[in-house]
Write a protein that binds this ligand. Structure first.
Ligand code: ITT
Length: 197
């Protein structure tokens, strides 16, 4: 099976993506390739950060590689936390503190709409490709559910009455921003494999 690196340190994301891509590719993590350093994510957009991470691995380790950057955009907060989702409440990244800050900032706010966005950058051969996924939803005011990670206990996707954290991983993997972007990546990669066969 062809090897490809997913440039992430986030175990939940790796599991989510392996569950989808694992049939087609041997997905290596950063620790699998011995990359222990903190890859800079200093871009102003999800796209810039995703490309930055993938480029770092390709340049330094030579693997075909993809990286994603994801985050939550809350309409009433001018699309914050956005690219700062992981460190919304400061460094080091702490999900519980991020969630508490979001709940605090949303106290009394009527407009609750938000979206999770993912951008995946793929460096395959000598070319760069981008894939996007987005899911709309609403921010609730109390935590519900224990599955998933990050802001999942506060996010109810449009058309559902349960949070991402109340869904099974299978259910979330069918509809999430990451699943949508990853499906586009898979469609692209499987086409490539067919063409190269
Ligand atoms: P890597 O950079 O190592 O891949 P990360 O945790 O920093 O891992 P991202 O930059 O992609 O992941 O995402 C930033 C934050 O956005 C993440 O830490 C969560 O707080 C939030 N987030 C992203 N996807 C999410 C999801 O599916 N459910 C809940 N929160 C999510």
């Amino acid at each position: 099976m062809k090897q490809i690196v997913f440039a992430t340190n986030n175990k939940h994301k790796l599991e989510e993506v392996r569950a989808i891509v694992g049939k087609y590719f041997d997905v290596l993590s950063l620790s699998d390739i011995g990359c222990k350093e903190d890859i800079p994510e200093t871009g102003c957009t999800f796209e810039e950060n995703a490309v930055m991470k993938a480029q770092y691995v390709k340049d330094k380790y030579g693997y075909d590689c993809f990286a994603d950057d994801s985050g939550l955009e809350v309409t009433a907060l001018n699309n914050e936390p956005g690219v700062f989702s992981a460190r919304y409440a400061g460094e080091p990244s702490d999900s519980l503190r991020n969630i508490e800050k979001l709940m605090f900032n949303m106290q009394g706010v009527k407009e609750r709409s938000a979206r999770f966005r993912t951008c995946i950058a793929l460096l395959y051969g000598h070319k760069e490709y981008l894939f996007e996924g987005c899911i709309e939803g609403n921010i609730i005011d109390t935590l519900r559910g224990t599955n998933g990670f990050g802001y999942d206990p506060l996010f109810v996707p449009v058309g559902y009455d349960i949070t991402f954290a109340e869904m099974s991983s299978e259910e979330k993997n069918k509809i999430s921003h990451r699943a949508l972007a990853t499906q586009k990546l898979i469609d692209f990669l499987t086409d490539k494999i067919d063409c190269e066969a």
